[in-house]
Ligand binder design. Structure first.
Ligand code: F0G
Length: 458
């Protein structure tokens, strides 16, 4: 069994959670159109829908909230955040945004023209949708190992450098306004990207003069994986590793709701002065003045402190061990998961749990329903509900390579016994898996449909 270091914090404030009876869970789910996003939080026992904005802030962050300067322009809070952002990321310019997708929207609005391509290892759904919303074509060029859930590759989030080169030559540099990489790769299992790979990706983008942006939602977890797994980094501090990563890029988008452990917030950083002017104008239109970007001053202060809290190595050791522990316990009850354990979440291989449910009938959605019915547990589908889409040229449905169900672990929020409970419930579903049926849509919007879709059981 992997070691599970005792939680490196003690609990000062509590929030009651309750498991409502099974018949009530059944009725609530039916009312919600079998979409767990539509359930009331009070009807959930263990909520692993996301690790985004759901972490427990530290006492230092709560103290910082009281120092929030709510001036419209030039607030002290902004300058405290600026100092932290410059210290950790090192880009010349930045704006705060209300969350990660706002940074993606502004970057896409300023840079993406219809018919252009944005390569990455794998875009997360909001990045994908923001690029598509501007007529662009997000392109995933991850290494093939990422599509084999059992493959234990230590850096399964890596981009395939050969594929990247071929892609650039095929579509032409003029059709690529910028390139990205996501650390860690959320859509592919929370898997890290190695420094060697980031360096190689940066070199290719530089060779073709393509600006390089890092989606850095989980940069601290990625940096800690580099420290643990990449030769030559064992004695470097996580903050040094982070600085080296960002030193290779021209900019970044960030959802601060992950590794900066805040409830709301995001960042858009870059080195290009002309683009920065455009971004500021777009920001003023959509988010707010450039020194607050859609946030309250207190949110900026919580972020400034949280960015360092998320880089604490004792916390990161516990964090990654907690995820590895849940992976171990699920595998023990016969549920396969993406290997090795990722940073922020466990990805159950729903296609393997329900081999009799085809992709068009959503095996990940079936698992979402079963875990709620079994134990009041909420996770999220990362499969065909989220990613299947008609090909823009042929109109034929394109299905993702993996049908996953994600249990994302909020930071510093649940304990080891909560993880044990989740594994026990999953084990009971495994025992009756052959009786579980698939789903079909009764409503689905065109973009980001997993949030609001409704289903019925087949
Ligand atoms: N990039 C990545 C890699 C993400 O995981 C997310 C959000 C975003 C960008 C967008 O950030 O939510 O602040 O607008 N991921 C959340 C999740 C929603 O549950 O994984 P946002």
């Amino acid at each position: 069994m992997p070691t599970y270091p005792p939680e490196p914090f003690r609990i000062k404030v509590t929030e009651t959670i309750r498991l409502i009876p099974p018949e009530e869970r059944k009725a609530k789910l039916k009312d919600a159109g079998y979409n767990v996003f539509t359930l009331k939080a009070e009807d959930i026992f263990i909520d692993l829908l996301t690790d985004s904005g759901t972490g427990a802030m530290s006492q230092d962050q709560w103290a910082a909230i009281m120092r929030g300067d709510e001036s419209y322009a030039g607030a002290r809070s902004f300058h405290r955040l600026k100092a932290a952002v410059e210290d950790i990321f090192g880009f010349k310019y930045f704006v705060p945004t209300h969350q990660g997708r706002a940074a993606e929207n502004i970057l896409s609005a300023c840079m993406v023209k219809p018919g252009q391509y944005i390569p990455s290892n794998m875009h997360f759904d909001t990045t994908d949708a923001n690029i598509r919303a501007r007529g662009g074509r997000p392109t995933n060029l991850i290494i093939d190992e990422a599509f084999d859930p059992a493959n234990p590759h230590p850096f399964k989030g890596n981009m395939d450098i050969g594929k990247l080169r071929d892609f650039i030559q095929k579509v032409g540099v003029e059709k690529i306004p910028f390139g990205m990489i996501t650390v860690t790769n959320n859509a592919g299992g929370g898997q890290p990207v190695s420094m060697e790979n980031i360096r190689a990706v940066a070199a290719v983008y530089r060779e073709f003069k393509i600006p390089f942006f890092i989606d850095s939602a989980r940069f601290a977890e990625n940096a800690y994986f580099i420290k643990l797994r990449e030769p030559g980094y064992g004695n470097r501090t996580v903050i040094e590793i982070a600085r080296e990563m960002f030193g290779l890029a021209d900019g970044m988008t960030m959802s601060a709701k992950k590794d900066a452990i805040v409830n709301i917030g995001g960042l858009l950083c870059l080195n290009d002065e002309v683009l920065f002017q455009q971004i500021k104008n777009e920001l003023i239109l959509r988010e707010g003045f450039p020194t607050y970007g859609g946030l309250a001053g207190r949110d900026l202060d919580a972020m400034a402190v949280g960015l360092y809290g998320g880089l604490d190595e004792i916390y990161l050791a516990y964090r990654l061990a907690q995820t590895a522990y849940l992976v171990f316990r699920l595998n023990e009850v016969g549920i396969p998961t993406i290997q090795p354990a990722g940073g922020h979440a466990v990805y159950l291989d729903a296609a393997h749990v329900f081999p009799h449910i085809p992709q068009s009938e959503f095996p990940g959605q079936a698992l979402a329903v079963e875990l709620y019915l079994e134990g009041g547990i909420r996770g999220s589908e990362i499969g065909s509900v989220m990613f299947a889409h008609p090909d823009p040229d042929s109109g034929k449905m394109v299905y993702p390579k993996l049908e996953l169900y994600r249990l994302a672990i909020p930071r510093r929020t649940y304990t080891q016994s909560h993880m044990d409970y989740v594994a026990e419930c999953a084990g009971k579903i495994k025992a009756r898996a052959d009786k579980v049926k698939g789903y079909r849509f009764t409503y689905a919007p065109d973009l980001l449909r997993h949030f609001t879709a409704r289903f019925e059981p087949l």
